[in-house]
Ligand binder design. Structure first.
Ligand code: FUL
Ligand code: CA
Length: 494
């Protein structure tokens, strides 16, 4: 049997990890709880990407446009998609989500659904298409492209009536069919209220549960872009973290059972946001959190906020509090009136990216000898060396009855670090509920740090630097045997 398998392996090109999975003699652990889809697993690996908030508001100095802005105000003088994307790439970003339409209803692409668009702006004499320019520049530089198309539309005369929904869906259809692959579709929860509405200038409220017929709107998006992760307060793929500070709960489960503020079924714009930072242990749905926050106080560029740009230190702290807690970090960077990222913002982003690369570029535990208190079926396919191969698909697992194992790393040389990063093999569910990291110093083990949820990535940070040649990881709380894919030690360099 084994030699047959070897012969098979020789005949087909396979990655080393795929080969080691094939060679496993022991069945893998049974999955625990609800599981991520392939699409959600891929999304979890992005960890950091950006928003671009850009529209008429950039020129009118507003955060929420009323919907009566003349398209003539949209006139960036030096818009350069390649330059914007280059800055984001330098920041370490893996994707960009553009406000193709914000609440004011102005469309940054030449939509057929309304005249309230770039076609009636001076930009490129009405021949421009900001969505296309950003999508193409992102593609050329290897960043993924996503869209924000606000359901609330303060320009549309039909907003609030059943006639608006086909218009909104058609806008989504244009965006999801005309611009190549989309990695994320972003639905904000702000809905209804005062607006221009084709001149009515009134307040319109909608039934948040039913007005947008979300199940069918999401179904259409799925059909058009099956790989796109769909975001809203209640997913279906990714949940809002419940605040606009960019901060996940210290404990942050990828599983979630959303409820409305009154305890009933939740909908976009009607969710109990207090529960969103933490999620729900063993919740009903796999719906990891996304942490959105702006590099400035507002989402759009305002001259008055030029002195309030977050520093590289602040960005790195937010990265730890989002991506370092199993969520994703969605950082907004608003282009200015030229259509470029302002110098202060760009400098901060570049320094942040440099810090990410030099901190996480190499795992100081990389060449360690590693031994575990238990290995599933004593089978090398589940050995703890899988924690150090940089591959999320390979993992260390224990026998079913072993839920609090330990793994020890003997480093080649003493290393100095202040960060430990863990990853679970989330394809088997979110299993671990508690862990501790200890370091060997002065002939005894002392605590480095501990945590609860792990999920796709958890960073534990110590206030002081530690130098040691021996580190151990203790799983302290898990309802089932753990399955961990990566372990890393890093020295923050900012
Ligand atoms: C919210 C909007 O109201 C803000 O203007 C911004 O776009 C933020 C990201 O989402 O729902
Ligand atoms: Ca691995």
């Amino acid at each position: 049997m084994r030699s047959d398998r070897r012969a098979f392996l020789l005949s087909v090109p396979l990655s080393v990890s795929a080969a080691s999975r094939l060679l496993a003699r022991t069945p893998p652990p049974a999955p625990y709880g609800v599981l991520p889809s392939e699409r959600q697993i891929r999304w979890s690996e992005l960890e950091f990407y950006n928003f671009l908030h850009f529209t008429v508001n950039t020129f009118t100095d507003k955060e929420w446009g009323d919907g009566n802005e003349s398209p003539a105000v949209f006139n960036p003088t030096a818009f350069d998609a390649a330059e914007i994307i280059e800055v984001l790439k330098a920041a370490g970003s893996r994707g960009v989500i553009l406000t193709a339409k914000h609440h004011d209803g102005f469309c940054l692409w030449p939509t057929k659904t309304t005249d309230h668009s770039i076609r009636n702006s001076p930009y490129k004499n009405g021949k421009g298409d900001i969505v296309r320019e950003i999508a193409e520049a992102a593609g050329r530089h290897g960043l993924k492209f996503g869209v924000y198309c606000s359901p609330w539309d303060r320009n549309q005369a039909t907003y609030g009536t059943p006639q608006y929904l086909p218009i909104y869906r058609e806008q989504l259809r244009e965006l999801l069919t005309g611009y190549g692959p989309v990695f994320e579709v972003w639905h904000d929860g702000a809905n209804g209220g005062r607006g221009f509405y084709g001149g009515a200038n009134e307040t319109r409220t909608i039934d948040k549960q039913h007005y947008y017929d979300w199940p069918n709107t999401w179904k259409m998006e799925r059909e058009l872009q099956p790989d796109a992760a769909i975001f809203s307060d209640v997913g279906p793929d990714i949940r809002w973290v419940g605040n606009e500070k960019g901060i996940a709960g210290e404990t942050c489960w990828a599983t979630y059972t959303p409820r409305s503020a009154s305890g009933g079924p939740a909908a976009p714009g009607d969710v109990d946001e207090k529960e969103a930072p933490t999620g729900t242990r063993s919740g009903r749905l796999w719906m990891p959190a996304e942490c959105d926050v702006s590099i400035r106080p507002g989402w759009f560029w305002h001259e008055s906020e030029n002195g309030k740009v977050k520093t590289p230190r602040e960005l790195l702290d937010l990265y730890y509090e989002s991506a370092g807690r199993g969520a994703s970090f969605l950082l907004n960077v608003p282009p200015d009136r030229r259509g470029l990222i302002s110098e202060t913002d760009a400098a901060s982003l570049r320094a942040f990216g440099q810090a990410l690369r030099s901190t996480f570029g190499s795992n100081l535990a990389g060449g360690a000898r590693v031994s575990a208190s238990n290995v599933r079926g004593n089978d090398r396919a589940y050995g703890p060396h899988n924690l150090l191969d940089g591959d999320r698909a390979t993992y260390w697992a224990t026998d079913d009855s072993i839920t609090t194992p330990t793994v020890t790393f003997d480093l080649e040389h003493p290393a100095t670090f202040n960060l430990v990063r863990l990853r679970e093999h989330i394809a088997l569910g979110q299993r671990v509920a508690g862990f501790a990291v200890q370091v060997w110093r002065d002939n005894r083990w002392s605590d480095f740090g501990k945590g609860t949820s792990v999920g796709s990535g958890r960073i534990v940070r110590s206030q002081t630097l530690v130098t040691t040649a021996r580190v151990r990881l203790l799983i302290t709380d898990s309802p089932v045997s753990p399955a961990l894919s990566e372990f890393g030690l890093f020295y923050e360099r900012l």
